[in-house]
Design a protein around this ligand. Sequence first.
Ligand SMILES: [Zn+2]
Length: 94
Amino acid sequence: MKHIPERTCVACRRKRPQPDFVRLSKVAGVWTVQVGGRVGRGAYVCADNPACWQEKKLRRAFGAAAQKVAEQLAQPRAAQPQLTPDQPKTIMTT
Ligand SMILES: [Zn+2]
């Protein structure tokens, strides 16, 4: 079984496998949503949880840049992590 690295969301502090996150990188002093590649210092925010994209939740991690980060997260992303699994959700039957 392949090990999936875990990361911690800077907004909700939840630990999740890396593919569940949007990665932000500080490039030339500006936090930018990173699509592919790895540049600079990274921070991770839940890709599927709009509650984690709120400026007030990002402020702890990004400080004055939180507003810009929140704006970027609110925008549709070209290459989103795969959020829909190949298999349908298992329905619990009793
Ligand atoms: Zn989160």
